[in-house]
Write a protein that binds this ligand. Structure first.
Ligand SMILES: Cc1cc2nc3c(=O)[nH]c(=O)nc-3n(C[C@H](O)[C@H](O)[C@H](O)COP(=O)(O)OP(=O)(O)OC[C@H]3O[C@@H](n4cnc5c(N)ncnc54)[C@H](O)[C@@H]3O)c2cc1C
Length: 296
């Protein structure tokens, strides 16, 4: 069984598993019919606003009925809570943040990043609940469309008093084709407007390192790339004034082409970069914008 509260991640997991095993899906995402295009089995769409507790209760009932071999859960804030609750209820071991797996002699061998992405660990366990990192696979349509059934969750002990949707700065970095990402080299918040022309010229999304988003709040937290931020896989990732610490690299390693501008030629970001420019970003960015606009 596959669960994700984010449709794209549920689709990635189903695509990753296709050809390996048959899957049913549980979703609390926006569009179960989209998920059905990537999962040939049953799609159980949870109705109404969902909390980890109510989602776990629904999955528990389905697990008792269908005795799934494994429960794959998209590693989101909600997904990780669901995994913990299910592990407690079912007494199953959890393998967290996996990026791949295989089975061997009744055990499951899972892979995950360690030391902030510097190392890949391969672990053997009897885990039956696996949380899966975003970006595990490209979407691959299923030959047969799944069947969607809406289900009510068992009554929750939580009562929703109010909900405020995030509007300002909401961004879907995981889907962005081009990302311009700024680091501490930007110097001060007012300087962000100096890189905006580049963001516009490449029709990209603006992102940042942890200090920029979490420590200084110069960008919203949903724009943070890295180990504790978003894991992105754009076609082009342009890193401006980012040193390239391993915790940042863990979030952008899946980028197809990396361009880095940094005034320190020994900055580790250059090890990740396909194109590196050593220099002051405030001098180079306007030149880049000019070159892009003139089609050079
Ligand atoms: C548990 C944990 C989780 C973490 N998670 C994340 C995460 O998710 N994402 C993340 O980013 N970090 C994360 N970090 C922090 C990480 O270790 C680094 O501290 C952080 O990535 C550094 O950010 P930076 O590159 O913007 O700043 P710095 O390391 O200070 O680098 C600034 C760079 O800008 C360059 N520079 C300065 N001025 C200019 C200029 N004018 N032109 C060009 N270049 C210039 C400098 O040469 C330098 O290389 C985490 C740390 C921990 C411990």
């Amino acid at each position: 069984m596959v669960f994700s509260d984010v449709d794209d991640l549920g689709i990635q997991i189903n695509s990753f598993l296709s050809g390996t095993m048959e899957t049913d899906s549980v979703t609390s995402g926006k569009d179960p019919y989209r998920v059905a295009k990537y999962c040939a089995g049953n799609i159980y769409a949870l109705k109404g606003r969902q909390f980890p507790e109510s989602i776990a209760a629904s999955i528990l009932e389905l697990q008792k009925k269908n005795d799934y071999d494994y429960i794959f859960i998209g590693s989101t804030a909600i997904g990780r809570d669901v995994a913990a609750l299910l592990s407690e209820d079912l007494g199953f071991e959890v393998a967290s943040e996996i990026t791949g797996f295989r089975t061997e002699g009744g055990r499951i061998i899972t892979r995950r990043f360690f030391y902030g992405g510097k190392t890949v660990l391969e672990e053997s366990s009897t885990a039956k609940i696996l949380t899966v990192m975003p970006g595990i696979s490209e979407p691959k349509s299923s030959a047969k469309e799944g069947t969607v059934t809406e289900i009510e969750s068992p009554a929750s002990r939580i009562t929703l008093i109010g909900a405020e949707d995030k509007t300002s700065g909401a961004v879907d970095l995981e889907k962005a084709g081009i990302i311009v990402s700024i680091g501490r080299g930007i110097g001060k918040q007012e300087n962000i407007e100096k890189v905006n022309p580049l963001v516009e010229a490449v029709r990209g999304e603006l992102a940042g390192s942890r200090p920029i988003c979490l420590d200084y709040h110069w960008l919203s937290e949903d724009r943070q790339v890295g180990l504790s931020g978003k894991k992105v896989r754009p076609r082009v990732y342009i890193a401006l004034g980012i040193s390239g610490q391993i915790q940042h690299i863990a979030g952008m390693r899946g980028s197809k082409t990396v361009v880095a501008i940094n005034k320190d030629k020994a900055a580790p970001i250059f090890e990740e970069a396909d194109y590196g420019i050593v220099g002051d970003l405030f001098q180079i960015v306007p030149k880049l914008v000019e070159a892009i606009k003139s089609g050079q």
